[in-house]
Write a protein that binds this ligand. Structure first.
Ligand code: SF4
Length: 410
């Protein structure tokens, strides 16, 4: 693998700390979906809500000395299926967060929900607790596709879920998948049409990929051909663009003013605290960038006195890849100055790799900005490969993989 030639003498020097977000992981679901490789566990007993919220709060308290004086720009409660928790539990959690860290005025607070686990009153409860954005795991509006994906909801329940979410929130995302078992191009077109008809301001559209450690990996379903999936991706992008959605990240589309601020912070290599089973965090200091990972199994996490499974300062040689892994997903790319601001390294450390990327037609740049070209977006893995270090990459944000359209942010 190519290695970024960051000299030993290159030191990380951050003159400005990045924006700070908070990710909260709630790891339970009604049933494990056969394609899912997230840290989610089938609920087979009453959820230990109180115990878990208390643990989340103690996780947060332990992190406070590393972020004194900093404000949160966003909170994202993901999973799993966080909507399985009661509004009272979410209220207790958010009250505890606010009492310990200052939230920016108008901070985005997202909760992930699944149709079939929420009804109107529950959404109102989440709103009253302070949640101001809902991300709904719809995946498809086709009953046959939902059955093939092992989802617990029907298309009618998906529609009811979206309507109920929109009755309480004006900021709603739906997740949609394509490239599904037995799906044709026409079926994918119908699905995106159904998603558009919902009138939500944000849609995340992913291609289904088969990941190791999933039921689909052990018994692969019949998937559409590669070319068909590429046509589906094109059809989805065209439909969303014609309907006025801005394509701002590999899989994310938003109406003006509705881009997800929490996920943008990941892609712009911002900082985030991660609390909950298996959650990842990234915190910068003037002389280093650190990562932290928590114990994955909910039972072990709840029982542990210290929930940290792994903690390290990111070696400077790995920072360029970590930055690029995130920032090159942005359709508009990034300001060149952001590289130094977020990694603490001069952009000259990747001069050779940038030149190669430009020669291959994968990026375009001027004196101020850099963005992936159309070809760079299509061959994102090839582009990212130029920035891979010789060592192990620890740069995968929670739920982010080095992949094209299939990548999903939790
Ligand atoms: S895909 Fe979503 S609902 Fe299904 S098991 Fe994974 S986290 Fe739970």
């Amino acid at each position: 693998m190519p290695t970024i030639a960051v000299e030993r003498s290159s030191q990380v020097r951050l003159t400005l700390l990045p924006p700070l977000a908070l990710y909260v992981h709630i790891p339970w679901c009604v049933r494990k979906c056969p394609y899912c490789d997230f840290n989610s566990h089938e609920r087979n007993e009453p959820l230990p809500e109180r115990e878990y919220v208390a643990k989340l709060i103690s996780d947060l308290e332990a992190l406070l000395p590393s972020v004194w004086g900093r404000r949160l720009i966003s909170v994202f409660i993901g999973g799993g299926t966080p909507s399985l928790f009661s509004p009272a539990a979410i209220d207790e959690l958010l009250c505890a967060v606010r009492a310990r860290v200052v939230l920016e005025p108008g901070a985005e607070i997202t909760l992930e929900a699944n149709p079939g686990t929420v009804e109107a009153a529950r959404f109102r409860g989440f709103r009253d607790a302070g949640v101001n954005r809902i991300s709904l795991g719809v995946q498809s509006f086709d009953d046959a596709m939902l059955t093939a994906l092992g989802r617990i909801h029907s298309a009618a329940e998906a529609r009811r879920g979206v309507d109920a979410a929109l009755a309480s929130f004006d900021n709603v995302n739906i997740d949609l998948m394509y490239g599904l078992p037995g799906q044709t191009l026409d079926m994918a077109r119908t699905d995106i049409g159904a998603a558009l008809a919902c009138g939500v301001p944000h849609i995340s559209a992913y291609q289904l990929t088969i990941e190791p450690n999933t039921a689909f990996y052990r018994r692969p379903p019949p998937l559409p051909e590669h070319d068909t999936c590429a046509d589906m991706q094109l059809a989805v992008e065209e439909a969303l663009s014609s309907a006025g959605y801005q394509h701002y990240e590999t899989s994310a589309f938003a109406r003006p003013g509705r881009r997800c601020r929490h996920n943008l912070n990941y892609w712009q290599f911002g900082d985030y605290l991660g609390i909950g089973a298996g959650a990842h965090g990234k915190v910068s200091f003037p002389d280093r960038v650190t990562r932290q990972e928590r114990i994955k199994q909910p039972r072990d996490y709840l029982a542990a006195a210290n929930t940290i499974a792994k903690e390290n300062a990111v070696p400077p040689a790995e920072l360029p890849f970590e930055f690029m892994l995130n920032a090159l997903r942005l359709v508009d790319g990034f300001a060149l100055a952001l590289f130094q601001e977020r990694t603490g390294l001069p952009i000259t450390v990747i001069a050779r790799e940038l030149q190669q990327a430009e020669q291959r037609g994968l990026i375009g740049r001027d004196v101020q900005n850099l963005r992936p070209t159309e070809r760079g977006r299509l061959f994102l893995n090839e582009l990212l490969g130029l920035f891979v270090t010789g060592g192990e990459s620890a740069g995968l944000e929670s739920g982010v993989r080095v992949a094209g359209p299939a990548t999903r942010i939790l």
